[in-house]
Design a protein around this ligand. Structure first.
Ligand SMILES: [Fe+2]
Ligand SMILES: [Fe+2]
Length: 312
């Protein structure tokens, strides 16, 4: 086959800036920077450029304690297994929501979010594999770290998706779960920065995505709160339920796991004591129990602010 090429004089430059139309229907929200082109520019071409499974191979560093000290190794895997439980809820839920989207711009965005969440699931699985954890052992660990409080929390999220209630499901995923994920990721990336800078890097890459998912969550929920219909009340009721469940999840974590973290902190204070775990506060200044409580209160304050911003 031969291409037919117009003579040079007939070729003009396209596109002519101002003439570019909206390409997708976005029903009552601003779809700028939520398409696949933006995703490529932000994620694979920028945040993840040069990385392999979320880590720059030239900067891969891990403290020997993560491998050799049983306790450090245990909480390291525990943390990653906990991330994995949330990432699985995310990629399974968000992929289903593609089909319940109110418009095509949302559907396209959620397709990119599905890839992000699946990637998070993959990189955390890869990290465990690098520490000798088989997929079967990983599944078992994920089951073990899921407290009954966490189960309830995840179930309530999945329930909104299964009902196909887009507004409530987005609220559950991209406001509550994501809004919770990112203070935790911020905390964990600081926590592991001395033991495993590689994990810190990997978490930061996921964190950058979560921040963007929350932005979409805010944009799309605003669309619903403006409608002023019954969806607003449903979201409000749900927010109340989640607020309580979130508190229960954190209290249960303190109850079950905090002693392990405290033991590690005591033993490795020389290594990790100087880490600024919260703004203006180092690991040395704050006990592990207080750290979890501060983290929960940070999450709740951010959640409140976000709720106000989106009109709930
Ligand atoms: Fe994620
Ligand atoms: Fe996310």
């Amino acid at each position: 086959m031969t291409d037919v090429i117009a003579s040079n004089s007939e070729l003009i430059e396209t596109p002519a800036g101002s003439e570019v139309m909206e390409k997708f229907i976005a029903d009552g929200w601003n779809p700028d920077r939520f398409d696949i082109q933006s995703w490529l520019e932000r994620t694979p071409w920028r945040n993840l450029k040069g990385t392999k499974y979320g880590i720059d191979p030239d900067q891969a560093r891990t403290h020997s304690a993560v491998r050799d000290d049983r306790l450090v190794n245990q909480i390291y895997k525990l943390d990653i297994a906990t991330f994995l439980t949330a990432e699985r809820v995310s990629y399974l839920g968000i992929s289903k929501l593609v089909g319940h989207s109110p418009d095509e711009a949302s559907a396209v965005f959620l397709a990119t979010q599905t890839v992000d969440e699946a990637r998070h699931y993959e990189i955390f699985s890869q990290r465990l594999a690098e520490f000798g954890v088989s997929p079967q052992q990983r599944d078992q660990m994920m089951q073990d770290v899921t407290t009954k409080e966490m189960r309830k929390f995840y179930d309530l999220i999945a329930e909104q998706v299964d009902k196909g209630d887009f507004a409530s499901a987005m609220m559950a995923h991209n406001i509550v779960l994501e809004g919770m994920a990112y203070p935790i990721y911020r905390y964990e990336s600081a926590y592991w920065s001395a033991f495993d800078p590689s994990l810190t890097q990997l978490i930061r890459g996921a964190f950058a995505d979560e921040v963007h998912h929350v932005k979409f969550g805010e944009a799309i929920i605003k669309r619903y709160t403006k409608l002023g219909d019954e969806s607003r009340n449903r979201m409000l009721r749900l927010a109340g339920e989640f607020h309580q469940l979130m508190t229960d999840v954190f209290e249960a974590t303190i109850q079950h796991y905090i002693h392990l973290y405290q033991l590690v902190a005591n033993e490795y204070m020389d290594l990790i004591g100087g880490i600024e775990i919260f703004r203006g506060k180092t690991m040395r200044d704050v006990s592990e129990v207080d750290q979890v409580r501060i983290l929960l209160s940070e999450i709740q304050i951010e959640h409140q602010t976000r709720m106000q911003r989106i009109g709930l």
